[in-house]
Design a binder for this molecule. Structure first.
Ligand SMILES: C[S@@+](CC[C@H](N)C(=O)[O-])C[C@H]1O[C@@H](n2cnc3c(N)ncnc32)[C@H](O)[C@@H]1O
Length: 235
């Protein structure tokens, strides 16, 4: 099963009928009012410079995420590993929230550093560009540890101009997370699917994948990505 559902994950999750989720890989709105500066012409500026829903501040982002997290709980398998992307400016708030999920037996275990190869342009009035993001790792249950590895991952970010979403994550990075935390055929889920990168990555490594995306144009882009190569795996 590989699909991206169009809708608000907070609502869709309440009626979602899928097998239990073995791994969540998600890149929700962080709450940093992100707006891409990319775009060579009016058409690409319109495509890439859209604001992301619920991203205006960390309180809004976390309030939204909390609703989707609570709606996800009944869908999680007894052993499930979760990866949640964020960045340093809002990491304290996200870390505090994610640690509170221990109440549901979901334990925050690591902060992975994704080193993205090169920084974005960002604010050029100071010296250091941001060439990394954080990926919080949480674990429910006692899935066997395959082997221990460093929590610093070096994978180049998606090159501007080749992306279909302003905060698109590289499938090579997502595949590392998915392969490390699931067995072939297991279910990977992303409630904030954007252009569908998690589901595309899941399919590439032989896992099932379901995502939800609220924005109609990103949902269409995700469906298009999934339709490419769908004949290869019989989807
Ligand atoms: C940071 S982006 C994810 C990008 C994705 N990782 C990719 O590679 O394309 C977050 C996405 O969540 C979507 N979103 C925000 N609120 C949502 C909600 N309540 N339900 C579903 N999607 C939502 C936004 O439209 C946005 O595309």
């Amino acid at each position: 099963m590989h699909k991206i559902i169009h809708g608000d994950c907070r609502e869709v999750l309440t009626t979602l009928d899928i097998p239990k989720i073995d791994c969540v890989v998600t890149d929700p709105p962080y709450g940093v009012a992100f707006k891409s500066t990319y775009g060579k012409d009016p058409e690409s500026r319109e495509k890439f410079q859209q604001e992301i829903e619920d991203d205006m501040d960390v309180e809004t982002a976390l309030a939204s995420f909390d609703v989707s997290m609570k709606a996800m709980l009944p869908h999680l398998a007894d052993t499930c590993e979760l990866y949640v992307f964020t960045q340093w400016q809002v990491a304290p708030e996200w870390q505090k929230y994610l640690a509170s999920l221990a109440e549901f037996d979901i334990h925050l275990r690591q902060c992975i550093i994704w080193e993205k190869g090169y920084p974005g342009i960002g604010d050029v009035t100071y010296n250091w560009g941001c060439g990394h993001e954080f990926i919080y790792y949480l674990k429910k249950g006692k899935r066997k540890v395959p082997y221990r590895r460093s929590a610093i991952l070096h994978v180049d970010k998606v090159r501007p101009g080749t992306n279909v979403h302003p905060t698109q994550k590289p499938t090579e990075l997502l595949k590392i997370l998915i392969e490390y935390s699931t067995d072939p055929g297991q279910m990977v889920f992303d409630p904030y699917a954007g252009s569908g990168s998690t589901v595309v990555a899941a399919r590439e490594v032989g896992r099932s994948g379901v995502g939800i995306e609220k924005n109609a144009s990103y949902h269409a882009a995700a469906e298009h990505r999934l339709s490419e190569g769908s004949l290869l795996d019989g989807w």
